[in-house]
Design a protein. Structure first.
Length: 189
């Protein structure tokens, strides 16, 4: 499993940074080409009239799931399970939802739309992102003490809960996502 080139990549920031940049640019290009940074596509998804965003994200999840599984097998990646909680999930969902509702972009599509020259994203979006970050930072001590740890989840991975191997879980997850993509296409969505 220890291949000299893979080992060099794993240990070298000089290789990881440019590789990450190239892959990030490629992903950004594909996101833009899929159209998911366009306001009308995003709104169509929210109105359940255009499923381009779901198709693009499921495709990314499939590729990412397989890729991460293979990277772990090659010893180039590791999982880091962290605790979650109902309080943190609700707080994060509210922050995300308010920003999405006010502007019509999530953080990823905001950056993509700004990159294509969308002025609403470039000016209003980044102003909102900075303002929201500042408000969250100011409120963080109170949120951390009173909300973020409420209803903590047990520290379990899906493989642990099901008692199945990682390869089996990845295969079934990828198969389910692929099946759902085919159903969307068959339904003309």
């Amino acid at each position: 499993m220890d291949h000299p080139t893979l080992e060099r990549i794993r240990k070298s920031r000089a290789i990881q940074t440019p590789l990450g940049l190239v892959l990030g640019i490629l992903f950004g290009f594909l996101v833009e080409r899929a159209g998911v940074v366009r306001y009308e596509i995003i709104i169509g998804q929210l109105l359940l009239t255009d499923f381009t965003v779901v198709k693009m994200m499921l495709s990314a999840v499939i590729v990412g799931g397989i890729g991460f599984f293979l990277l772990r097998r090659a010893g180039l990646a590791a999982t880091h399970t962290v605790r979650g909680s109902i309080g943190a999930t609700v707080a994060g969902g509210l922050i995300f939802g308010v920003g999405f509702g006010l502007l019509g972009y999530c953080p990823g599509t905001l950056a993509g739309a700004a990159g294509t020259g969308a002025l609403d994203a470039l000016f209003g979006g980044f102003a909102g992102l900075l303002l929201g970050s500042a408000v969250f930072a100011a409120l963080y001590p109170v949120l951390d003490r009173k909300i973020l740890h409420t209803g903590e989840f047990p520290l379990l991975r899906l493989t642990d809960m099901l008692g199945w191997g990682e390869g089996t879980v990845v295969f079934l997850f990828v198969a389910a996502c692929t099946g759902f993509l085919f159903l969307l296409e068959a339904a003309g969505l």
